[in-house]
Design a protein around this ligand. Structure first.
Ligand code: SF4
Ligand code: FES
Length: 268
């Protein structure tokens, strides 16, 4: 005789009891520390950020400060939700942002350690929120096309080799989350910067400012205090957008070409 599964038993398999060790830091100038929280009845169907929402509702109801964390789209698009989860940028899933991570990746009774990005160029503002404006300043130094390009052209007006269009599209997938920096032992921003350099170096619209762009963006990257590339590919492994280190190779070639052949000079 086949036994009918107990609905409540199945349901209990979908619920997790967790121990969370979360970095709490009230401001940039204060010392931070890990704080432990117990959380029960977390559905495996929740996203990681929904689990943090449940924790925060409990903290608020107990009159405690909720855990500050960045989030916006919750769809893997905006790049704001970065955090280290058990030592991995954005958690255990490949090419997945923290907001797309599901609690079914964890087991009942697990301990989860949650920290902000660790990089001197990303000072902690509060708890899991870091200041990533250094990435904005790298973009401001040259990551754009400064001419007014007007309306969209007809498709065949400006021939672009299919391979270049594909590579530019792949580089443009970078969401500026900073996981590459957090995963690198040198806190290098080479993967981010190279994606932003590549997306325009590969297209004809980006060519007039190509030399100035790479020289200025690399100079700004260094000025912000990011380290040099370690060649360990940790950035690529951590990147939720699948940005490849071949972009770093391209940026190095662009930089060398601009340094040797261009009338543009690297900023002093
Ligand atoms: S290269 Fe990847 S990890 Fe780095 S900022 Fe862009 S999307 Fe995030
Ligand atoms: S909240 Fe936008 S990428 Fe996670």
């Amino acid at each position: 005789m086949t036994s009918i599964p107990d609905a409540r038993e199945n349901q209990s398999h979908d619920l997790l009891n967790l121990t969370l060790k979360i970095w709490r830091q009230s401001s940039t100038d204060e010392r931070g520390r890990f704080q432990t929280y117990k959380l029960s009845g977390i559905s495996t169907h929740m996203s990681f950020l929904e689990m943090l929402d449940v924790l925060n509702e409990q903290l608020v109801s107990q009159g405690e400060e909720p855990v500050a964390f960045d989030h916006d789209c919750r769809e893997g698009i905006c790049g704001s939700c970065g955090m280290m989860i058990n030592g991995q940028a954005h958690g255990p899933d490949k090419e997945t942002t923290a907001c797309q991570l599901h609690m079914r990746k964890f087991g009942n009774g697990d301990t989860i350690v949650i920290e902000p990005w660790r990089a001197s160029a990303f000072p902690v503002l509060r708890d899991l929120v870091v200041d990533r404006s250094a990435l904005d300043r790298i973009i401001e130094s040259g990551g754009y096309v400064s001419v007014n390009t007007g309306n969209a052209r007809d498709a065949n007006n400006l021939p672009v080799p299919k391979q270049n269009a594909d590579l530019a599209m792949e580089a443009a997938a970078c969401i500026g989350c900073g996981a590459c920096v957090a995963a690198c032992k040198n806190a290098s921003a080479m993967l981010f910067t190279s994606a932003k350099v590549s997306q325009m170096a590969l297209l004809p619209q980006g060519h007039p400012e190509r030399d100035r762009r790479v020289l200025n963006m690399v100079a700004q990257m260094d000025e912000e205090g990011f380290g040099a590339c370690t060649n360990t590919n940790q950035c690529q492994a951590a990147c939720p957008a699948g940005i490849q280190v071949t972009n770093i190779h391209r940026m190095n070639r662009e930089y060398l070409r601009a340094s040797l052949c261009s009338s543009e000079m690297p900023p002093a």
